[in-house]
Write a protein that binds this ligand. Structure first.
Ligand SMILES: Nc1ncnc2c1ncn2[C@@H]1O[C@H](COP(=O)(O)OP(=O)(O)OP(=O)(O)O)[C@@H](O)[C@H]1O
Length: 473
C-alpha cells in the first residue's frame, strides 16, 4: 500500500513551515575537516534534524498551494508525498537521552581558537542571487532575514573532544546518516517526476508553455533541492569514515577540484552520448584549453553536471545544423580562463545558435526543440537510466541554478546565423566574437558568421563562503 500523510503529520508540517530556513555557507561546510569527531558530527546532526524538516515543510506547503490545478497532478502529488514522508522520518527519529555532563560538553567549544572554538564569521550574501530571489515566505509571515532565529542554530560547531563520547552519540550519528541516505535515494527521481507532473499539467490544460508563476516556483523548488541534497550528501559523506578518503575532500566538497580533469571527463561523456544517440562513428571534436594545474574549492559533481549539459547542447546543435552524415564537423571549443577572482569556462560551438525570439525561452523549464520528449516512465530514474541527448528542456535552467548556488552564473551568448556552405568565415578571433556578440548581435548575424552559441559558466574562486542563497535553502 502506498504511503499517505496523516492529518496530524500535515499539521506538524504546517507548523515547521512557519520557520525560515537557515543558510549554510560553503566555508562552514569545509570547516569540518577531513575527519570530524563524533561530538562535532552529533552537533551537525542536531542542526540538520531541525533544518531539513523546515526546508522539507516549505516544499510540502508550496506543492500543496500550487495554482491552477497543478497541485492535483498525480506526479506532483507523488513528489509531495516523498517530501512529507521524509519529513516524518527525520522528525520521528528518536534522539538519545543524554546526561547533563554530555550536554554541557557538547556545548563547550573546546580549546581551539582560544577556547572560542572554530566559530565562523557571518556568511556574506550570495552575489549571484538577489535577496529573496529563490526564497518562499514562511507561512506565518516571518521573514527569511530573521537574524535572531538564524543566529540561534549553527551547522558547524567544534566541540570539546577530549576523552570518549558515550556510545549513544555514535549510534545516533549512524542512524541519522542511514535515515538521510534513504531519503536521498527516495528523492533521486524528484526532478524527472516533477517534469512529468508539468507535462501532465500541460496536457490537461493544453498549454504550450508554463507561466511565470510556475517558472519561479520551479526555480525555487529546484534550487531548494540542490541545497537540501548538498546538506544531506555532505553529512552522509562526513559520517562515512569507513574507507580511506582522498585528503583533498571534505565530504563531497573537493578543496582542489581540478578543472581540466573534470572538463576532459565531461567532454568524453558528452561525446559518447552524442555518438550513441546519432549513431555516429565519431562525435564532433571538442578542443579543451585549460591550465592543467588549475584547482579550486568546489563540488565536482556540480561542475560536471553543468559541463556535461552545456556540452551536450553544443554537440547536438553542431550535428543537427551540419547534418548527421558529415564526415567532419566544426570543432567546439572549451576555454577555461583563470582570473584572480573568477574561473570562467567558455564553450563556443558553431551549431547555428538560437533564434533571438527563443532566447528567453531557453531558461524556462520544459522548453526544448526536441520533437518528442523522451518517455518518462516512473522507473526511469533508476541506476540503469541512460542520459538522453536532450529532450526535457531542463539542462540549461538547472545548470544555471547549480552555477548560482555557490555564487557563480551561467550565461548564453548567442549569434544565430545561417550556415555558410563554404565555411569561409569561420575562425574569428574569440575576443572579437565576444565583443560582437555582446554589443552588436545583429551585425554578427548579418555577416552570416558560422559561429553560434557560447555558454559561459563562471564561478568565483577563493572566497566561496556565502550563504547558499542568502538563507532560504
Ligand atoms: N549551444 C546551443 N546551440 C543551439 N541551441 C541551443 C544550444 N544550447 C541550447 N540550445 C537550445 O535550447 C533548448 C533548451 O536547452 P536545454 O539544455 O535546457 O534542454 P534540452 O537540451 O532540450 O533538453 P535536456 O533537458 O535533456 O538537456 C534546446 O532544446 C536547444 O533548442
Amino acid at each position: 500500500m502506498s504511503w499517505k500523510a496523516s492529518e496530524r503529520l500535515m499539521d506538524t508540517i504546517r507548523h515547521y513551515a512557519n520557520f525560515p530556513a537557515t543558510g549554510v555557507s560553503l566555508r562552514q561546510m569545509v570547516q569540518f575537516g577531513e575527519r570530524p569527531s563524533v561530538g562535532t558530527l552529533f552537533r551537525a546532526s542536531q542542526f540538520l534534524a531541525e533544518e531539513l524538516p523546515i526546508r522539507l515543510a516549505h516544499r510540502v506547503e508550496e506543492l500543496t498551494n500550487l495554482p491552477d490545478g497543478l497541485n492535483e497532478m498525480p506526479s506532483v502529488k507523488k513528489v509531495q508525498d516523498w517530501y512529507a514522508q521524509s519529513f516524518e522520518e527525520i522528525t520521528g527519529l528518536p534522539r538519545p537521552n543524554l546526561g547533563r555532563d554530555v550536554r554541557d560538553r557538547l556545548l563547550n567549544p573546546g580549546k581551539l581558537n582560544n577556547g572560542r572554538g572554530a566559530m565562523l564569521s557571518e556568511a556574506i550574501p550570495n552575489p549571484s542571487i538577489r535577496e529573496g530571489q529563490y526564497a518562499s515566505s514562511p507561512v506565518g509571515g516571518m521573514t527569511n532575514g530573521n537574524k535572531k532565529h538564524q543566529g540561534a542554530r549553527r551547522y558547524f560547531a567544534m566541540v570539546d573532544d577530549v576523552g570518549d563520547w558515550p556510545p549513544e552519540l555514535q549510534a545516533y550519528n549512524s542512524k541519522f546518516a542511514q535515515c538521510l541516505h534513504k531519503i536521498k535515494r527516495r528523492h533521486d527521481g524528484v526532478v524527472t517526476t516533477m517534469a512529468q507532473g508539468i507535462l501532465e499539467y500541460k496536457r490537461r490544460r493544453q498549454r504550450m508553455q508554463i507561466d511565470n508563476n510556475i517558472q519561479s516556483f520551479l526555480d525555487r523548488f529546484y534550487m531548494s533541492r540542490i541545497g537540501i541534497r548538498m546538506l544531506i550528501g555532505q553529512h552522509i559523506a562526513l559520517t562515512d569514515q569507513s574507507h580511506h578518503r582522498d585528503p583533498t575532500y571534505v565530504g563531497i566538497i573537493c578543496t582542489k577540484t581540478n578543472v581540466r580533469d573534470l572538463a576532459q571527463e565531461a567532454i568524453e561523456n558528452a561525446r559518447f552520448v552524442c555518438e550513441d544517440h546519432y549513431g555516429l562513428f565519431e562525435a564532433p571534436k571538442i578542443q579543451l584549453v585549460c591550465n592543467p594545474d588549475l584547482n579550486f574549492m568546489y563540488v565536482p559533481g556540480h561542475l560536471s553536471h553543468m559541463l556535461f549539459e552545456t556540452l551536450k547542447n553544443s554537440l547536438r546543435a553542431v550535428v543537427e545544423t551540419h547534418g548527421q552524415d558529415k564526415q567532419e564537423f566544426p570543432v567546439t571549443k572549451v576555454i577555461v580562463a583563470e582570473g584572480r577572482e573568477d574561473i570562467t569556462i567558455k564553450i563556443s560551438d558553431e551549431g547555428g545558435g538560437i533564434p533571438r525570439s527563443a532566447i528567453p525561452l531557453v531558461w524556462t523549464y520544459m522548453y526544448t526543440t526536441v520533437d518528442r520528449t523522451p518517455n518518462l516512465d516512473p522507473d526511469f530514474d533508476k541506476s540503469d537510466f541512460k542520459a538522453p541527448m536532450a529532450g526535457f528542456g531542463y539542462g540549461l535552467p538547472i545548470s544555471r541554478l547549480y552555477a548560482r548556488y555557490f555564487g557563480g552564473d551561467l550565461k548564453l551568448i548567442n549569434m544565430q546565423s545561417a550556415v555558410m556552405r563554404d565555411g569561409s568565415s569561420q575562425g574569428l578571433a574569440i575576443p572579437m566574437r565576444m565583443m560582437h556578440k555582446r554589443l552588436k548581435p545583429f551585425e554578427v548575424s548579418e555577416r552570416k558568421q558560422v559561429g553560434d552559441a557560447e555558454s559561459m559558466i563562471s564561478q568565483e574562486r577563493g572566497r566561496l563562503m556565502w550563504d547558499e542563497t542568502g538563507g532560504e535553502l
